[in-house]
Design a protein around this ligand. Structure first.
Ligand code: ATP
Ligand code: MG
Length: 301
């Protein structure tokens, strides 16, 4: 059985009023139930793309469908299908947290959704702040309100634009537990973040954007497999065996960083060191992560 396409972006272009082209002929399909990561350096066009889904940015050409609803021809259904947590904090500063959520529910014509609102408030740790005007909240607390606001209509597609920027460790943990639960219940999650480890751990598929285009799109495991720079680090109080010279990435006064390709290669390195009869100091082994792949890809482009 074929799965529903949660988000379908086809040949999307966005040129801002000043003539700057932020999205270039971009096409992308995200399946229902995916946990999808959208990564890229500052200015790559991630927020422009995300804001196009919300109708906050008007595409110059191309189309976007959310759960099959075209954002122009079928605006109401498209809006009901998606909840977007924007990167910029935009809330009415004079409303309390409770009023903000009730107001946002009214925007979708929802009544009697108190039980769901209570769940959101409790999962995001906002109970104590429910009667506080938003302007009196700290930055991290405002971000929690923004997340809550995006979820009032329990949208099947949840888009989070840097939800953990400026957020403390506890909320980060609570937020991922809650989003993880919604994902298991079938919601599609789209995430942008500059914390690559977060994306590596959470997302099953990742797109990397640069200058308005997608430069890589693959399952997270497949992207990670492209990383070559697994490393072994150590300090050696004697000369490095000749057989290891070709694998040296760095040598600063006996502090070595060696590249290894696979387990067999790693075993060979460790055996050669062991044969020296001198214990290497501060030995550590690091598998290449998303950060290496990201840097390699951006350097190539
Ligand atoms: N209203 C606007 N008018 C003109 N240019 C804009 C406008 N909004 C964004 N841009 C430009 O479009 C490009 C993409 O911006 P965007 O905010 O989408 O990037 P981003 O990938 O989200 O970056 P970040 O990681 O910093 O959030 C940038 O060069 C930005 O300066
Ligand atoms: Mg952005």
């Amino acid at each position: 059985m074929s799965k529903t396409i949660a988000v379908e972006i086809s040949r999307l272009n966005k040129t801002y009023g000043n003539g700057f082209c932020a999205i270039k002929d971009l096409s992308l399909e995200i399946q229902e139930g995916e946990f999808f990561g959208l990564l890229g350096p500052n200015g790559a066009g991630k927020s422009t793309l995300i804001n196009s889904l919300a109708g906050l940015v008007k595409p110059t050409s191309g189309y976007v469908r959310i759960m099959g609803n075209d954002i122009r021809d079928n605006r109401t259904n498209a809006a009901m299908s998606v909840g977007i947590v924007p990167q910029e904090i935009v809330c009415d500063p004079f409303l309390t947290v409770a009023e903000t959520l009730v107001f946002q529910s009214g925007f979708f014509g929802l009544r009697n959704n108190e039980a769901w609102l209570d769940t959101i408030v409790s999962k995001l740790g906002l109970e104590d702040k429910i009667s506080t005007p938003v302007r009196m909240l700290s930055g991290g607390m405002k971000r929690r309100v923004l997340i809550a606001q995006a979820l009032v209509h329990k949208p099947p597609v949840i888009v989070l634009d840097e939800p953990t920027a400026g957020v403390d460790v506890q909320l980060r943990r609570e937020l991922w537990a809650f989003i993880g639960q919604l994902h298991r219940e079938g919601h599609t999650i789209i995430l942008t973040t500059h914390y690559l480890e977060e994306a590596q751990n959470l997302c099953s598929r990742i797109a990397i954007m640069n200058a308005g285009e997608i430069i890589a799109l693959d399952k997270t495991d497949a992207l990670l497999a492209k990383a070559q720079e697994n490393t072994v680090r150590f300090r050696l109080p004697c000369t490095l065996p000749d057989v290891l010279q070709s694998q040296v990435l760095q040598n600063q006064a006996g502090r070595y960083v060696l590249r290894y390709t696979d387990l067999q290669n790693l075993t060979m390195i460790l055996k050669s060191l062991n044969d020296l009869g001198v214990e290497p100091e501060n030995l550590s082994i690091e598998r290449a992560g998303l950060e290496e792949v990201f840097t390699e890809l951006l350097n190539k482009n």
